[in-house]
Design a protein around this ligand. Sequence first.
Ligand SMILES: Nc1ncnc2c1ncn2[C@@H]1O[C@H](COP(=O)(O)OP(=O)(O)OP(=O)(O)O)[C@@H](O)[C@H]1O
Ligand SMILES: [Mg+2]
Length: 341
Amino acid sequence: MSLANIFEEYPERRYIMFGGKGGLGKTTFSAATAYHLAKSGHRVLVFSVDPQASLSDIFERDIFGKGPVEIVPNLFAQEIDADQHIRAYQDEIRQKILDMYGMEEVPEEIESYIQAAAAEPAMEESAIFDQVVDIVVAAEYDYYIYDLVPLGHALYYLSMASVYDEWIDKITDLREEMEEYSKVASLIQRDKELEEDMILQELLDIKYRINTSSSILTDKEKTAFFFVIIPEEMALIDTLKAADLFAKYDVPLSGYVVNRVIPPGLAQQNIPEYLRNRLKMQEGHLARIDELFGEQVLAQIPEFERDVTGLPMIEKMAEAMFGSITEPTTAPSKSVEGANP
Ligand SMILES: Nc1ncnc2c1ncn2[C@@H]1O[C@H](COP(=O)(O)OP(=O)(O)OP(=O)(O)O)[C@@H](O)[C@H]1O
Ligand SMILES: [Mg+2]
C-alpha cells in the first residue's frame, strides 16, 4: 500500500488528518493532499482549527476568518477564527436571555459574566470544536482535510469529545428520570417544565452534534489518519508515545509518512563531511523506522531545497507524495458514498 493508491483503494475515507509533533510537515502534507485530490477532480476542503493557523502562509493568501476560500478549482481552504465565533456565541446567549426573560437589556452582572466566560481558554477550544462540527455536519465536500495542531492539542480535542459526551449523557439521563418523577407527582409548575424541556432539547442537540463529529474522527471506514515522522531520534520517541495515546482514543491509524529525508543518493557525490555524517545518521534512523513501522510506512518524502509555500511548491510536494496527477477527462461523481473498497 502506498499513499498514491490509498485514496483510490478506500474512496469512502473522506476525512483526512495528518498528526504528529510540531513542525514536521502536517500543514504541508494537508495542503498538498488537498491539492492532489482537487486536481484529481474531487471537491475538497482543507481547514485549520489552529489559532496560529498557517494555511494562509502556505497558500500565500489571507484566508483567516473568511470562510471557505477557493484556491484552485475544487480546492477550498478555511482558517477558523475562534474569536469571531465566540463573539457570535456571546450574542446568541444575550439574545436567549432577553427572549427568555422578556428583558430589554442584559443586566450588568450577567453581562460581566458573559465577558468573563469568553476569556476562558476552554471557550476558545469549544468555539473551534463547534465550528468543526458545523463544517462536517453540513457535508458539502467530497473530502475534508483537517490541518491539525501538534499532538497534545489534537488529543485534547479528541478527549474533549468523549468528556462532553459522558457529561451530556449524565445530564440527559438525569433529566429524563426527573421527567418521569414529575409526571407521577405532577408537582412542578407548567412553565418551569417547559423551560426545562427547552434545556433538554438543547442538550440533546449538542449531543447529536458531538456524536456526529467524534464518530467521524474514530470511524475506520471514513477516516484516514496519518502520522508524520522525520528520521530523527527525538521525533521517533515522541511518535511512539503519541501512537499509544491515539490508540486509546480509538483513532484509526492509516499509516506513517516519513518527511524530510535527505536524498541518500547524495552519498555518491562529492559532498562535505558534515552532510556525509547526516546521511549516515539518517540511515540508522530510517532502518529503525523500518523496524518499528515496516509496512505501515506509506511514503518517504525528500527534504526540498526550500520551504514549501506557494502553489508551484505545493504541486511539487503533491507529486513527491502521490506521483504525477492524471487530470480526469470527465467530471467525476460528486458522491463517493456507497463505493466499495
Ligand atoms: N519536505 C520538506 N522540505 C522542505 N521544507 C519542508 C518540508 N516539509 C515541510 N517543510 C517546511 O517545514 C516547515 C514546517 O512545516 P509545517 O508547517 O507543514 O509543519 P506542521 O507540522 O504543520 O507544524 P505545526 O505543528 O507548527 O503546525 C515549513 O516551513 C515547511 O515549508
Ligand atoms: Mg501546521
